[in-house]
Design a protein around this ligand. Structure first.
Ligand SMILES: Nc1ncnc2c1ncn2[C@@H]1O[C@H](COP(=O)(O)OP(=O)(O)OP(=O)(O)O)[C@@H](O)[C@H]1O
Length: 497
């Protein structure tokens, strides 16, 4: 007589992790009669494997440590819970993991014909389980391993969509403490449209693991791109070095001894999918720079990024901005490197990220205003000023007038402080195009400051906005010989306020 799996479980070891008596409720007798194929599967599973103890239970499956009867090899045995979505997920998992034969993808060593269960190598544990036993330096190896597995998956148009520390497993390598890291739990994988089976989630339904899942998965998981898995790896890096949970309102960013991880995390976890690192190849490039960057001076990192950006590596834009956000007090970083981001690339970036753009542009203008110019060419000031003006112009164009006003409060004093006539002309040219709705908040950053009004006041200048005209065109000659400006004397304040 074939014993049901439970008998094997009861006879198994009561050692780690869960004593048999405390077993989570295993639906040994499903609430409905077993179908013929399910009965057959249990028989097949039990014929082939002896369950030793539970390794744990997720929402969709139970996992057991089991022994393969014929070879006595120990395996992890994963069985779908008895509801349709769970069976769909296990089926996806088996199909994807079989398709992806790669050292960093959890292999399927055996499964039943109807995809109710499968066996796989027994791992040392998941990254979540093992974090406390790992050295900080292990992070790079883990990410390199996982990224190489995901790269192969992405090439086959499979997006995992649920990369988290609980779904990355360690296998021994036989070489000291070095572990090989494997991506498992492919039950939420996005398959190519031509092979996709029944959708797992409706649009708007939650997918992934809170704190590690990309924001776009909340909107439409079926539209996921490789950048969704990139996001999760960025969050894993932040979680690993910060030791803080990833699912907080303010997700952790590396700091202190791990600050060299910060640009990587920022570039991989941009909430805007289009601004994020897009591919595992690009992630790999950034990743191998992280340990190098720990010892490479900041400005050399910036120099590399801008040189490559100028040669067409557009993904460096995000990394360079991240570096600037990490080191806001570094004048040379801003003036000599960030300022050289091509003006052609800034508007698109600003439109997608107005608050961050405003913040970086404001810091740039503050450096121009307050910092020493040292032996830089005075004319070079127009490069950082143009950076700030381009961001401000883009913010106005997209009607982000609040952030634009924030930038303006630093830009105009910085422009006047540098006193470059060409830049002044460019500023006036831009101001001349503004309509009243935009000119009103912007002019508030000029009108109350006589030295700025003086700097920009231009005879014969013709702005579109009457507000700006009132502020910046010189008053007509007074009829009053004593020099009183007459009724227009206070017009600036009157019009602007
Ligand atoms: N190959 C393995 N070797 C060792 N332990 C494993 C292996 N696969 C899974 N486990 C463990 O089994 C437990 C349950 O597995 P898992 O979380 O994958 O189930 P799940 O239903 O897919 O989860 P979820 O609800 O997150 O999708 C976890 O503690 C996991 O670490």
């Amino acid at each position: 007589m074939v014993r049901p799996i439970v008998d094997d479980l009861r006879r198994g070891s009561s050692a780690w992790p869960v004593p048999i008596a405390d077993f989570p409720p295993v639906p040994l007798v499903p609430s409905r009669p077993l179908t013929r194929s399910e009965k057959g599967n249990r028989v097949a599973a039990n014929d082939r494997y002896r369950m030793i103890h539970s390794l744990g239970e997720g929402n969709y499956a139970q996992v057991f440590k089991a022994a393969h009867r014929a070879s006595t090899a120990e395996v992890a045995f994963k069985r779908a819970k008895q509801f349709r979505d769970a069976r769909d997920r296990i089926k996806r998992e088996i199909e994807a993991q079989k398709q992806l034969a790669h050292p960093n993808i959890m292999p399927i060593s055996d499964h039943d014909e109807t995809y109710n269960w499968y066996a796989m190598p027994l791992a040392l544990g998941s990254l979540a389980d093992l974090r406390s036993t790992l050295a900080d330096d292990d992070l790079e190896t883990i990410l390199l391993d996982v990224a190489s597995g995901l790269k192969v998956a992405h090439e086959q148009r499979l997006i995992h969509r649920d990369i988290s520390p609980g779904n990355i497993f360690a296998m021994p390598t036989g070489t000291g403490s070095r572990k090989r890291w494997l991506v498992g739990d492919w039950g939420m994988v996005k398959q190519p449209p031509d092979v996709a089976s029944r959708p797992l989630t409706k649009t708007g339904a939650r997918m992934g693991t809170p704190g590690f899942d990309a924001p776009e998965l909340d909107v439409d998981p079926s539209a996921a791109t490789p950048a969704a898995d990139v996001f999760s790896l960025g969050r894993i890096a932040a979680w690993f070095v910060s030791g803080k949970p990833a699912h907080s309102a303010f997700p952790p960013l590396p700091d202190g001894d791990f600050i060299h991880w910060r640009p990587f995390v920022r570039a991989c976890t941009d909430p805007e999918v289009g601004l994020r690192v897009q591919t595992m190849d690009a992630l790999h490039e950034l990743l191998i720079q992280v340990p190098e960057n720990r010892d490479v001076p900041l400005l050399l990192q910036a120099a590399r990024l801008i040189e490559e950006l100028l040669y067409g590596e557009s993904e460096n834009l995000g990394a360079l901005i991240s570096l600037a956000e990490t080191y806001p007090n570094d004048l040379a970083l801003y003036i000599d490197y960030v300022a050289r981001i091509p003006s052609s690339q800034l508007p698109a970036w600003t439109v997608k990220n107005p608050e961050r753009a405003a913040s970086v542009a404001s810091v740039m203008a503050r450096h121009l205003l307050a910092g020493p110019w040292d032996d830089r060419d005075p004319e070079y000031a127009s490069t950082p000023l143009t950076f700030v003006l381009t961001v401000m112009r883009s913010l106005v164009d997209m009607q982000a007038l609040g952030p634009a006003q924030d930038v303006a409060s630093y830009y105009f004093p910085a422009d006047a402080h540098r006193g470059d006539t060409g830049q002044r002309a460019r500023t006036l040219e831009w101001l001349a195009e503004l309509d009243d709705a935009a000119a009103r908040p912007i002019s508030r950053m000029i009108a109350p400051k006589p030295e700025l009004v003086e700097y920009y006041r231009e005879p014969g200048w013709h702005p579109a906005s009457v507000v700006l005209q009132a502020v910046l065109t010189p008053p007509p000659p007074s009829a009053d010989a004593a020099g009183n400006a007459g009724p227009l004397a206070n017009r600036t304040t009157a019009v602007v306020e």
